[in-house]
Design a protein around this ligand. Structure first.
Ligand SMILES: O=C(O)C(=O)Cc1ccccc1
Length: 341
């Protein structure tokens, strides 16, 4: 299992509830010492650092370890910080959740993809099942509030309505758990994974609290390295953004005709018009800044790589139109849906 090692560590250094922060620190230190004893420092140095938003136990951390089982996950406060960590060379890769079966595209995270120049090098899809967690001994009837990541709150709307308590968004699911612990909140629950319950020593008040049992989130792994990753047995996939100032319908027709003429299979096609907060901003890596403004962009994923001639031909045909096309990355297809255990 991709993340078995982290749970072994949890057992070894199971945090006592009062001393949690200190224990986590010790856990990290012990881990580094452990690495350097086994083949000296290079083992630790060579490990890829994968930046993710959240604290240990966040779903993005599981995605990082699934994509890259030997990596050292680097917790970051916000998704933007994870991206900046890669841009500044503090991490090798960043993990970004971009869509979920229940909520569709995470537009804010897509905005980050568009505004930065970090190619997608891998995709990971994971089942996301949530638990309602509280401080040991707290009963459901004592709850006044539930806190979690906005996506998790959205995925659990029905359970929240049934509970009939307030809810509040915080940075990430595991961060919500940490907040409960550090403030000893006895009237508040967190929505997070069962692994976060284990890791932080909280009680599980309810399991599978998401509205749908089939809840899959797709994460993208970003890198600074611009070379196209090698194909695997499932072939390649490419993500593009097609931005334009003209009629969306005409651009869509042009795109569909160029792809269908070459039997290129689309796996995502989404029209994203500008929102109330202004036009969609897209970085043109050839020109650097400033960001280009568009009233509408299309998100397009398809099977094939930018190395394939028929893909190049299709894009050349679409480019006869006044559109701005940016490749977000060609990467190996991964049709597998991973679980947390
Ligand atoms: O908050 C987390 O744990 C995250 O990693 C973000 C997230 C939240 C809900 C589903 C997938 C990712």
């Amino acid at each position: 299992m991709a993340y078995a090692s982290s749970f072994d560590l949890v057992k070894l250094y199971a945090p006592s509830r009062l001393n949690y922060r200190k224990q986590i620190k010790q856990r990290k230190q012990r881990f580094v010492v452990f690495s350097s004893q086994n083949g000296a420092v290079p083992t630790a140095v060579k490990k890829l650092k994968v930046a993710y938003q959240g604290v240990p136990g966040a779903y993005s951390e599981f995605a990082a370890k699934t994509a890259c089982p030997d990596c050292t996950p680097l917790p970051c406060r916000a998704f933007l910080d994870a991206i900046t960590a890669v841009e500044e060379g503090k991490a090798d890769l960043a993990v970004l959740p971009v869509e979920s079966t229940m909520e569709g595209t995470a537009l804010r995270n897509y905005d980050l993809l568009l505004r930065h120049d970090l190619p997608i090098v891998q995709e990971v899809s994971m089942y996301v099942h949530y638990c309602l967690l509280a401080m040991p001994g707290v009963q459901k009837g004592e709850l006044k509030k539930v806190i979690s990541h906005p996506l998790a709150l959205a995925h659990c709307g029905r359970a929240l309505a049934q509970l009939g308590v307030d809810h509040e968004a915080v940075e990430d699911t595991a961060g919500a758990v940490e907040l409960l612990l550090s403030n000893r909140m006895l009237d508040t629950a967190a929505i997070a994974s069962s692994q976060a319950a284990l890791l932080y020593g909280l009680d599980v008040l309810a399991q599978d609290v998401q509205d749908e049992s089939w809840n899959v989130t797709r994460f993208l792994i970003l890198s600074k390295d611009k070379s196209i990753p090698k194909k695997n047995k499932f072939g390649s996939k490419t993500s593009l953004v097609v931005a334009h100032h003209t009629g969306t319908l005409t651009v869509l027709l042009k795109l569909l005709s160029a792809f269908s003429a070459r039997n290129i299979n689309l796996t995502k096609l989404e029209v994203n018009p500008s929102r109330t907060d202004g036009p969609v901003l897209v970085l043109d890596p050839k020109e650097g800044g400033p960001l280009k403004e568009f009233p509408c962009v299309l998100y397009v994923d398809f099977e094939g790589s930018m190395d394939d001639q028929k893909i190049k031909d299709a894009l050349a045909e679409i480019s006869e139109f006044p559109v701005f096309i940016r490749t977000l990355g060609s990467y190996s297809c991964d049709p597998h849906i991973y679980g947390l255990q």
